[in-house]
Design a protein around this ligand. Structure first.
Ligand code: AOF
Ligand code: ZN
Length: 347
């Protein structure tokens, strides 16, 4: 049996519930659940409000009470099968007398997967895959991190028209416009790690906290991570201020990401200099690129990225453009910048 029109409508509603604004970013996916009766009428709705709080199914079941008996649970993620921070949802649905379960995305988390089988074994009708693309997009970063066992990496940089990120004397502060810098803070707020190289910390001494992202609630500051073997002065700004920080004493991008994933981190915002960017690109560990292009020429100075070992045009790294946005600088008396978002082709 395939899903009914009422179940499809309920899934759309569950996706909206899952995306309820204000849910703090954390290690858990966003999940929504709607219980519908045989006539397709909504009995209860629920959604997950972040790690440690009830799962979407448990939230909906609590609203429904005894009215859950005989209903269909429409949920954006396969009900979990494990006792993690909370109990297993598959068993809770069985215990509540739910007759049928329709989910979108199969749970990629090996610790929690298998809820569909548990439900079937208990005699519940189960169907997966309804609006799966929408559900995966909703938890794009979580899905990637769980499937790859490492955080998703966004590399951000600002550049002049001629590919420079700093002038010959090292000055780089105002390559991009104020609008670009505000936009960067907004993107930083969506990540859970800000990563730079030890050289950047030694030379530029960035604070790396999220400021000016006031259009959205900031439940927590991303972790500030610095990577590299060289010793650093504990007085550097990254080790101070109102956010956690860590020094990863490795030059290997794989090792750094493994350490961050072990700390439950899923989205790294790579803001390091050209050397760190090149190391991640060479390792195939850049999953998204955000670049701010400023209408400025330097003709000399630091390149935005270090040597990638490419000597002929046929070997050029050619990411695909997924978005082009003009950031208007006019109100600040500045020229407009262009933000490009790109994704590497995967073979
Ligand atoms: C959620 N919310 O509504 C559902 C989840 O640590 P726990 O116990 O919260 O379990 C987290 C895992 O449970 C998560 O990675 C996912 O695999 C599964 N389902 N998680 O946070 C929910 N249904
Ligand atoms: Zn669950």
């Amino acid at each position: 049996m395939t899903s009914t029109a009422a179940e499809q409508a309920a899934m759309r509603r569950a996706l909206v519930l899952a995306a309820t604004p204000g849910v703090p970013l954390g290690p858990n996916p966003r999940v929504g659940c709607v219980l519908v009766d045989d006539d397709g009428a909504t009995v209860a709705e629920g959604y997950h409000r972040g790690a440690g709080t009830p799962h979407a199914e448990a939230d909906a079941l609590a609203q429904a009470g005894s009215r859950a008996v005989g209903t269909t649970a429409v949920v954006t993620l396969e009900p979990c099968n494990h006792t993690g921070r909370t109990g297993p949802c598959a068993q809770a649905l069985v215990d509540a007398g739910v007759r049928r379960v329709v989910f979108a995305q199969a749970d990629p988390n090996p610790a929690a997967a298998g809820g569909g089988d548990t439900l079937r074994a208990a005699g519940v009708e189960v169907e997966g895959g309804l609006l799966v693309d929408e559900a995966r997009a909703l938890n794009r970063v979580w899905t990637f991190a769980v499937e790859h066992g490492r955080p998703f990496v966004t590399w951000k940089f600002a550049t002049t028209l001629d590919g420079r990120s700093a002038a010959a004397d090292g000055t780089s502060r105002w390559v991009s416009s104020r609008a670009s810098r505000l936009d960067t803070h907004r993107l930083r707020a969506l990540c859970d790690v800000m990563l730079v190289g030890a050289n950047t910390v030694a030379v530029d001494d960035p604070l790396l906290t999220v400021r000016d992202a006031h259009d959205q609630p900031l439940a927590h500051q991303p972790l500030r991570a610095v990577m590299g073997e060289r010793d650093l002065d504990p007085g550097r700004r990254i080790f101070n201020g109102d956010a956690e920080s860590v020094h990863l004493r490795t030059r290997d991008p794989h090792a750094a990401l493994a350490e961050l994933y072990a700390r439950d981190r899923q989205h790294v915002f790579l803001e390091g200099g050209p050397t760190l960017a090149a190391a991640f690109l060479r390792a195939g560990l850049v999953d998204e690129i955000v670049v701010y292009v400023a209408p400025m020429l330097l003709g000399a100075g630091r390149s935005a990225v270090a040597d990638l070992g490419i000597t002929t045009i046929a070997h050029a790294f050619r990411p695909r453009v997924t978005d082009i946005t003009v950031l208007d600088g006019q109100s600040d008396g500045e020229e407009a910048n262009v933000r490009l978002t790109l994704t590497p082709e995967r073979h």
